[in-house]
Design a protein around this ligand. Structure first.
Ligand code: LAC
Ligand code: ZN
Length: 426
């Protein structure tokens, strides 16, 4: 619980709060919609929760510049809709897009299925208005798509999880709205076919916007409830989504389907209608809830590896799962090598085994050339593991950067660096 909550109405409220807190050394935890997965918005050291939920105006959608200017409390889905009304497109699509906010997306460099083609939030941020830890307000970055003037500060703020500055306005890039979207669903006989299937798509000169995966352990959980028949022999499911001009997308979907069919004994399905596309996605979207129902406790991880190593990571998950007696189904954004490995358990006394399994998972991801988080960030939950991914000198440099923005270290203490809280079940 915080000691106080400030619901800022504008950047002046944010600056005033930060000046007062910084002078007195009071912790401030910025908060958007609170949908984050690693406890980033939890006031770990008490103090003030600074909520940006009242700052939710879309100031501009500029067709000619291809730019949106928005408040931090704007819901990501509202920005998608506002851009689409102008036949424009904002790429990032974290799964919580109906609730999460742009400020939180900037804080975590959020992304989702579409990042395979469109990148993460960082790729869509041009400029930011920020308030630093000592209450200084400034504009950083630009409105133009190009610009090389000094250090790229917006890129530094994106993903800094509220530890450097608070975003009070964002200038975002918009693209042209794709005319048509088609989904392709493929079942694979084993996990070693995942990376070749992605390579086959690229060889066919097709860039899907999404390449989503459900692994064999996940399929075992969802098989009964799935709207798509999933044979027992299928050990991986891919949902690939293509977008662009209608005629090109239709041709690409066929080329992609043929390329993947050559690797699988199962039929490749192409969604012919919006409702069929929705049916493919419902298998993926219901995943988290289906897994949640299948055990008393669930922790959801977010590791990333080079996509060629996905099968090895899944094999390591199976070994870790066997060793610690914790079920570990995985799903996620295969095109980016970004997997949500879930840990499912039923008894309180398995907690120690879960912690060992999580550490082993992080060690597996880093040893395969990957890292601790693809899209959720480090926050409170993964702070104890930071040293697995960042060397001492890198951590020291990052803390010196923090001190330049937040000399009293009042902004979101306990997050990213000072890992003193265990990983929480969600
Ligand atoms: C997802 C969230 C957990 O991809 O990132 O479903
Ligand atoms: Zn995800």
């Amino acid at each position: 619980m915080p000691d106080a909550v400030v619901r800022a109405r504008d950047a002046a409220d944010v600056a005033l709060t930060m000046r007062a807190a910084s002078e007195r050394g009071v912790p401030v935890t910025p908060r958007g919609a609170g949908t984050g997965k690693v406890g980033g918005a939890v006031p770990a050291r008490g103090g003030i929760v600074l909520s940006l939920d009242r700052m939710r105006a879309i100031h501009e959608i500029d067709r000619l510049d291809g730019v949106a200017v928005v408040d931090p409390g704007v819901i990501t889905g509202e920005l998608h809709a506002a851009a689409e009304r102008e036949r424009l497109f904002f790429g990032p699509d974290p799964n919580s897009w109906e609730q999460c906010t742009i400020g939180g997306n900037v804080a975590t460099n959020a992304s989702g299925p579409r990042s395979f083609k469109y990148g993460a939030t960082r790729d869509w941020v041009l400029g930011l208005d920020i308030v630093t830890g000592d209450g200084t307000a400034m504009s950083i970055g630009r409105r133009t798509s190009k610009g090389v003037v000094g250090y790229d500060l917006p890129s530094l703020i994106v993903g800094s999880e509220g530890t450097l500055a608070i975003v009070t306005r964002a200038t975002l890039r918009l693209a042209a709205l794709p005319e048509r979207v088609i989904a392709v669903l493929a079942l694979l006989p084993d996990e070693s076919a995942i990376a070749p299937a992605i390579a086959a798509a690229i060889d066919a000169r097709v860039t899907p916007r999404s390449i989503e995966l459900l692994d064999g352990a996940t399929l075992d959980v969802v098989r009964g409830a799935s709207t798509i028949p999933i044979p027992d022999a299928a050990r991986a499911l891919l949902v690939l989504e293509l977008d662009g001009r209608a005629d090109a997308v239709e041709r690409d979907a066929i080329a992609l389907g043929e390329a993947i069919a050559a690797l699988s004994p199962f039929d490749v399905l192409i969604a012919q209608s919006a409702s069929e596309r929705e049916r493919f996605w419902s298998v993926r979207r219901d995943m988290s809830r289906a897994l949640r129902r299948s055990a008393r406790f669930k922790a959801s991880e977010d590791v990333v590896v080079p996509r060629s190593r996905i099968a090895e990571l899944l094999a390591r998950c199976r070994a870790i799962s066997g060793e610690h007696g914790i079920r570990m189904p995985a799903y996620g954004h295969a095109g980016d090598g970004n997997l949500h490995v879930n840990l499912l358990w039923d008894r309180e006394d398995q907690r120690a085994a879960v912690d060992l399994a999580i550490r082993a998972l992080f060690e597996a991801a880093t040893s395969l050339g990957g890292t601790l988080s693809g899209e959720h960030g480090i926050g409170l939950a993964k702070a104890p593991y930071l040293a697995l991914a960042l060397a001492a000198e890198t951590r020291a440099l990052q803390l010196r950067i923090k001190d330049a923005f937040d000399p009293r270290r009042v902004l979101n203490p306990g997050k990213i660096f000072a890992g003193d809280a265990g990983h929480r079940a969600c």
